[in-house]
Design a protein around this ligand. Sequence first.
Ligand code: F6R
Length: 611
Amino acid sequence: MCGIVGYIGFREAFPVIIKGLQRLEYRGYDSAGVALMNGAMTIYKKAGKVSDLLNYIDGKPTNGTAGMGHTRWATHGAPNDKNAHPHTSNNGRLSIIHNGIIENYGPLKEELIKRGHEFHSDTDTEVLIHLIEDIQQKTGVSLEEAVRMALHEVIGAYAIVILSQDNPDELIAARKGSPMVIGVGEGEFFIASDATPIVEYTKNVIFLNDNELAIVHRDKLVVKTIENIEQTPYIQELEMKLEMIEKGGYEHFMLKEIYEQPRSIYDSMRGRIIAKDGFISLSGLNEYEEKFKNAERILIVACGTSWHAGLVAEYLIEDFARIPVEVEYASEFRYRNPIITEKDIVIAISQSGETADTLAAIELAKSKGATIFGICNVVGSSIPRVSHAGAYTHAGPEIGVASTKAFTAQVTILSLVALSLAQKKGTVSKTRLVELLTELEAIPGKVELALQSNEQIQVIADRFKDSRNALYLGRGYNFPVALEGALKLKEISYIHAEGYPAAEMKHGPIALIDEQMPVVVIATKGAILEKIISNIQEVKARQGVIIAIVTKGDTEVCKMADYVIEIPDTEEALVPLLATIPLQLLSYHIAIMRGCNVDQPRNLAKSVTVE
Ligand code: F6R
């Protein structure tokens, strides 16, 4: 949450910063601001999107070859002009941008007020820059030293960049618990919350570690710990390409990402299976083979869509590897004194690899001796770094705030985890493994076919775009799909939607059903199709309108449903990879027809780095 960009070098900083902020806008879009150093420090900030900031700046001077910018997701203080970053110190000579939360800002602020500081915002961030100034004034130390001393006093999470009127050729950056990447160019450096603002200028990056501070000049970068120990930063090469973070002819990132799924699912399993030989290799899992084989249970922690992928994994792992699985909301798990032992394996799932609750759940499990296996999309993010082992999903950058291709990539990896464990434990035969892997290899092609329903889905979207509520029902492997379909609809179209296990409907939600209520039922071929047909009848008997996702060739459900969307036939365990596709498209089209901003839905941010 919140995106930060910094630049120092030979180019004009303003266009680099603005383009970077536009790339990071998925992290928050409540307000935006820049600070530019051109002899003097100039600050512009405005509530709203980066485009509002640009309109505000129009015609005003923007020169300078050093500067920084921020796009905000509000935590402390309303999303207005005064709370927009950058924030300045009492004398206006220092400014700061910040992603994270300073938890003890209250007592620090009180103390600083007593010492004569005047505050101009309601943010936690402003306190930190006043504190740095206060330390400098009190002790006469350098800015770098004052930053270090201040960071010892704050509790919380931060990725910060600081500019000083008195050190115009220097940026100071630091991180703890919030991401920060430094791009290393020739005579220039870039700082950002992720690599997207950097990739078009340089592929050489440093992922700053927690409790590290970077002192950045045009021709020199020094990284130290906040204990003042100099570090040798590890420069790595980005695999990301510029076209991966552009819309590539699609109207929205979300649509592009939905259509990328044949490729991203393929990329998730590339090099990891040889279906005809029944071969699976996930290096992280091989490394911890004995731990996994002896695990008495597997805990899965995640949030939101990633939690839904975890729920699919519960079915997969229990079905194939016969290991008990418990799927936990990371935010609940971390606060409920859970029972965790050294024998436990914890699988943490996260697209961003930065979700604060998931990270905290991992830290808790680690402190009790559990082994952590991270499944993440963003390379170099925090979760892979704190996990013992793991697997990247390789779905490529996901920029639309609503997760689509990350979900199917997570489910693909989790299918591999389940089958690999089954193979290691001998709970599936080689013949069956070959069948399942062969079908998994066919999934990208089948996703292509599922995407062909797009026009038909647009017609259905038009019929339901004005609904106030919707119910999504599924059973077995399709229950998590129902949850995910409902989440997609509510988060981007603002229609209230509930996902439910179909048979549970009669224990309450059935009371909601009338002729106004669209009920999306995932009724694909499988062991419990007859049961779900009974549930459809229960809805029909109460005049509910049924939109059914069925297996191609279905002859039963289509007789009862008002609208039918076909997906290709596949193994029951792999249906989530196909059934999710039409639900993503349905929510996308409904949201577009309602005039919603699908890539940046209100109140949301892509990377939830606050608890
Ligand atoms: C929904 C969505 C969120 C995320 C959740 C976890 O479309 O994107 O529910 O799934 O915030 O984020 P990650 O996966 O980055 O940990």
